[in-house]
Design a protein around this ligand. Structure first.
Ligand code: ADP
Ligand code: MG
Length: 686
């Protein structure tokens, strides 16, 4: 009976009023999915009170205020002698104190003239800033309303962890649309009490009245966390039982060819002990009647791809096929470029299939997959489109595993006869937690870096010394060093993100004319082009300024310097991932963490952890220990992907409760719905 609501949860966000495909894909970047459900599972991180003030005189920089302003005059913005100038609306508050409203990258005034007509009062709400020239400033106010409509400005605003191209206003609009529809359904259809309770908890969390509603142990958050843990633990219990009972046997395939020794002989390097051990564990799994379910955890740069390659080649010895799923087109192409020549030497047909393949080219690739000729297919979710068939799919390898939901994993499994699954993950999970999270999977850990790697030198310096830093790295850049320069996401406004990266780019370009720029507002093709140019050995581009859009796993071995601005705004795991973009070649690499003036002592301590160690597992343990509850980072930035409502530190008791409740019971309908909602249970229903 709850199917109605699950169907709605499953709706693509693009069909929500006012969203459309472009915004939906931006939501996809932030939420890791583009369904209504993905939105609902994305809790706000805190509540911002919007204080109503009469005057700005007692307010401070950084305060979020709501204030009545009288519009006095308009100043057109634009580009003047090569310098960008914002559009300004000059106003006064009730005590005649001047306040300027500013809009960047808006070079026409008409729109604002209409919204902010001279001589009228408006209620304006946004973040306050002060400058020497103009006094109080509000950049890009989030709300502008006529006095009659002042009630439209919320008194408590839920602030969502956001990303590029999404404002808080968009979040709250979408939220309102979603809950309106949910209420319509509830009014006309019957739902179970447990489902209604679950929805009620979701609603309280999305419309919090205070930060207590968002605290991990607040009534509603704890309730959702328990639901999530219970769903996970139930799925794990089911899987464990199914595997023990050996319900789904994998076919035993006869060996037809000798490939693995030839593979070892063409490797340009010695495998590390940890790589070899992991490969042995995988090959042992191949001897068993139960399908393999193995997670390989290895730090960035530990060489997981070669382990996966060895598994695929072993599979090919019996003539069976393997697929390697990458989270993005770029990564799929990169894997293909690297692995195809190796396959060629071994006489194996390797192919790449992504959303880019169309028409005749695509048809040909599909024929080759169906006939069994292609032994290794690398690609994105395009690999399990409905019309893709495999002759004998033996192994599914999932790179950066957290990005693939269970629905996709199931689709992939259904393309073969109980294929083996190998997941690769660079997000280290502290050992203390991996049992509860991956209780149904076997885990191999690659805890050794390839020989000859020179440790990255990591240091932290204040942003005040940015110019000195530039002077210091300039000679290296002239000698050919490549530099990633990462600017952080600013939580609320995509415009300020872009301006941060843009103005850093403008500045560096004066010094290094071939600097590139890459951010989320750029079209994907253009972005790929810039990244490809930066990666190209022969290009002149030495510095790439970007927001965090530079992808996980992107491989530019010649890059040796990583500068991260406002490093204190990133989670430890995210910083560790970013740092892993350098130190991949044979040259000394550097990572410079630039911290802002507002950094806290705890923030400094966190940066010290990075300066001291490169061991991802040690960093993950520290992250777990140090992450304060108040310091709620967006899921994406924190790098802790697995849970939506569960807090590792605060919910240890719930872990235990859920795990014992789930152990032996057969799941009822609501539990199955929860397993679906929380995308868990790899073999649910099988
Ligand atoms: P990750 O674990 O981050 O996916 P990759 O598989 O991309 O790491 O490997 C990083 C780099 O190290 C690649 O260029 C790869 O060819 C190289 N590599 C892998 N194994 C070894 C090894 N045993 N010795 C030297 N280099 C290696
Ligand atoms: Mg990788």
């Amino acid at each position: 009976m709850d199917k109605e609501i699950l169907d709605f949860f499953n709706t693509d966000l693009q069909y929500i009023h006012g969203v459309g495909p472009v915004l939906a894909s931006k939501f996809n970047d932030v939420l890791g999915g583009r369904r209504v459900l993905d939105f609902l599972l994305h809790a706000p991180s805190y509540v911002r009170p919007r204080e109503i003030l009469d005057s700005v005189t007692n307010a401070q920089t950084g305060d979020t205020i709501t204030i009545s302003l009288l519009i006095k005059s308009h100043k057109r913005g634009g580009v003047f002698r090569g310098r960008r100038r914002p559009t300004q609306i000059v106003c006064a508050d009730k005590f005649a104190a001047p306040v300027t409203i500013q809009f960047f990258n808006v070079n026409y005034l008409d729109y604002w003239t209409e919204k902010l007509p001279i001589g009228q009062w408006r209620i304006v709400s946004g973040k306050l800033d002060f400058s020497h020239n103009t006094g109080a400033i509000i950049n890009h106010p989030e709300f502008i309303e006529t006095p009659e409509n002042a009630h439209k400005i919320p008194k408590h605003q839920a602030i969502y962890p956001s990303g590029e191209g999404l404002t808080q206003k968009t979040f709250s609009n979408v939220r309102d649309q979603i809950f309106n529809t949910i209420h319509e359904r509830i009014a006309t259809k019957q739902f179970s009490d447990r489902m209604l309770e679950f929805i009620d908890a979701l609603e309280h969390v999305h419309y919090p009245m205070s930060n207590d509603d968002l605290a991990p142990n607040g009534t509603y958050m704890a309730k959702l966390a328990y639901c999530e843990l219970f769903a996970h633990q139930t799925a794990i219990a089911i899987n464990r039982r199914a595997r023990k009972e050996q319900k789904n046997q994998r076919p035993i395939r006869a060996k037809k060819y000798d490939l693995i020794d030839r593979f070892y002989s063409i490797l340009p390097f010695e495998l590390t002990g940890a790589q070899q051990r992991t490969i042995d564990e995988i090959f042992a799994d191949f001897q068993k009647p139960v399908p393999m379910m193995r997670l390989v955890q290895g730090d960035v740069g530990s060489g997981k791809t070669m382990v996966a390659m060895a598994a695929a080649i072993k599979m090919a010895e019996s003539g069976a096929q393997s697929v390697l799923l990458a989270p993005t087109d770029t990564l799929a192409q990169q894997h293909f470029a690297k692995l195809a020549p190796m396959c060629e030497k071994l006489g194996l047909v390797c192919d790449v299939l992504t959303g880019r393949d169309k028409g005749a080219q695509r048809r040909e690739k599909l024929i080759s997959l169906r006939s069994g000729r292609t032994k290794l297919a690398i690609g994105t979710h395009a690999l399990f489109s409905e019309d893709v068939e495999y002759k004998d799919l033996g192994l599914v390898i999932i790179d950066e595993q957290h990005r693939f939901g269970v629905a996709q994993r199931t689709a992939m499994r259904e393309k073969g006869n109980n294929p083996d699954m190998l997941a690769l993950s660079a997000t280290p999970i502290p050992r203390t937690l991996s049992m509860t999270i991956y209780g149904d999977m076997d885990v191999s850990i690659i805890n050794e870096k390839p020989a000859g790697r020179i440790p990255i030198k990591t240091s932290k310096i204040s942003v005040m010394r940015t110019n000195a830093l530039i002077d210091r790295i300039a000679p290296q850049i002239e000698n050919g060093a490549k530099v990633f320069w990462v600017c952080p996401l600013v939580e609320e406004s995509e415009i300020s993100d872009m301006t941060a990266a843009q103005s850093r780019f403008d500045e560096l370009k004066k010094r290094f004319p071939h600097t590139g720029l890459c951010h989320g507002q750029m079209d994907k093709k253009e972005r790929d082009k810039v990244m490809a140019e930066f990666a190209d050995k022969n290009s002149e581009m030495r510095v790439l300024v970007s927001t965090t859009v530079i992808e996980v796993g992107i491989d530019v071995p010649s890059a040796t310097i990583m500068v991260i601005e406002n490093a204190e705004r990133f989670g430890l795991a995210a910083l560790h991932q970013l740092r892993g973009r350098v130190g991949r070649g044979s040259l000394q690499s550097y990572c410079i963490l630039l911290y802002g003036n507002n950094i806290t002592p705890d923030g400094l301590k966190r940066l010290d952890v990075l300066c001291e160690t490169e061991d991802g597992f040690a960093i993950a343990e520290q992250d777990l220990m140090m992450r304060g509850v108040g310091e709620l980072l967006g899921t994406k930035q924190s790098g802790w992907i697995q849970y939506h409502f569960v807090d590792y530190r605060e919910h240890r008791d719930l872990f235990r409760l859920a795990s014992s409740a789930a152990r032996d019971s057969e799941p009822d309908t609501m539990t199955r719905d929860l397993m679906y909602i929380f995308d868990c249970g790899v073999n649910v229903g099988a």
